[in-house]
Ligand binder design. Structure first.
Ligand code: SAH
Length: 356
């Protein structure tokens, strides 16, 4: 496959993207539709070179703490949606979360990502106090929040308490597609507004989307790319959509590794300095998914620091990897994996280049 000759128009699109960082929408669509073995190889080589220019062979790690799977929302794709009566709900305590951070710190993590559903049991005040406590205990670490949509004043309080980064995938930048993935009451407009608010406050912001979500075509993906270019986020999280059996999308086809890798490469060329994770979902769809993600332009991994007892319960999708491994073995496994392809994980906060 990789030895096939590259289509010259496809080559030109990739070269132009590398130079100008954006293409007109019809060219983005053509680029995505033209994805094949030869153009993927060409794209990955360019993306990897750009990534090496800015971040060398270092892979930044984030300790992911999935601290609650209660959620008031009902997104059709997500295993922890409110209506999923089969989900076994849990909520970590402050003490448990601080213990995860402590363990992570000893393992070399200098970024903690607190992710969860929109859990009314975790009020903004309680999250604020948690951020303060982590910040006090680990002043040399970055705290990333990923707890969904809130008002600007709330985001500001958390920022003032010491949270510096926020992950909020936009999920899809197309209005009609957004409505296909979410129940009434959730709106793309509000989600985008949250991202702009977070940016205005001064967070390092991450948006992103699932690859291959039901109803998604190259046109929706081109809109995602255009939105990303407009927002200029510091981080972009993408991974394949993976069905979760107890959701309305339980029977839908999963996204593919090949398309996810292609998009990672495209995003690296669009935003040369972006922090781009090779996600757990990518590692779930293929045993070497994360390694391939790094080789396609990603530079971040987010191993799980949650207590093993709750790992399986944070089931956004089926067959999630690493649910049985202690944090220490996850870290070692990841280091081995990265070294096997000529990269290595580092102990540092791993800020965006503009903030270093
Ligand atoms: N409540 C937070 C965190 C959501 S979970 C928020 O609203 O941002 C983190 C991400 O997992 C989601 O943004 C979504 O893109 C992804 N996700 C959810 N269900 C998924 C599925 N079935 N397959 C793949 N990714 C999924």
């Amino acid at each position: 496959m990789g030895g096939d000759k590259i289509n010259q128009e496809q080559k030109k699109r990739i070269d132009t993207l590398a130079q100008r960082h954006i293409l007109p929408e019809d060219e983005l669509i053509a680029l995505l539709d033209g994805q094949d073995g030869a153009s993927s190889s060409y794209l990955f080589a360019k993306a990897d070179a750009v990534r090496r220019e800015h971040y060398g062979t270092e892979v930044y790690v984030r300790g992911l703490i999935e601290f609650t799977n209660y959620c008031k929302n009902d997104c059709y794709y997500c295993g922890i949606r409110r209506s999923n009566k089969k989900a076994s709900r849990y909520r970590l305590t402050e003490e448990e979360i601080l213990a995860c951070c402590q363990e992570g710190y000893q393992l070399g993590f200098r970024t903690f990502v607190l992710q969860g559903g929109e859990d009314p049991g975790w009020s903004p005040e309680r999250i604020e106090a948690l951020v303060r406590a982590i910040h006090r205990q680990h002043p040399d670490c970055a705290i990333t929040l990923s707890v969904g949509e809130h008002d600007k004043a709330t985001y500001q309080r958390w920022f003032d308490a010491g949270a510096e980064r926020y992950l909020l995938r936009h999920e899809t930048a197309d209005e009609a597609h957004y409505r296909m993935l979410h129940p009434p009451g959730l709106s793309l407009q509000h989600r985008k507004q949250c991202l702009w608010d977070l940016k205005a406050i001064g967070y390092q912001v991450g948006c992103g989307f699932m690859v291959g979500s039901p109803g998604q075509t190259s046109r929706e993906l081109a809109e995602d790319l255009q939105f990303i270019y407009e927002l200029q986020p510091e981080m972009v999280g993408i991974g394949p959509f993976l069905p979760q059996k107890d959701t309305p999308f339980g029977e839908k086809a999963p996204g593919t590794m090949e398309q996810t890798l292609f998009l990672l490469g495209v995003i690296r060329l669009m935003l040369p300095e972006v922090l781009l994770p090779a996600t757990t979902a990518l590692g779930t769809i293929h045993p070497l998914g994360r390694e391939k993600g790094i080789q396609a332009g990603a530079n971040v991994c987010m191993p799980n620091l949650s207590p093993v007892a709750v790992r399986e319960k944070y089931a956004l999708y089926d067959n999630k990897i690493c649910t049985g491994d202690e944090a220490a073995s996850c870290r070692n496994c990841l280091d081995r994996r990265m070294r096997s392809i000529g990269y290595h994980i580092v102990t540092s906060r791993g800020d965006h280049k503009s903030r270093q």
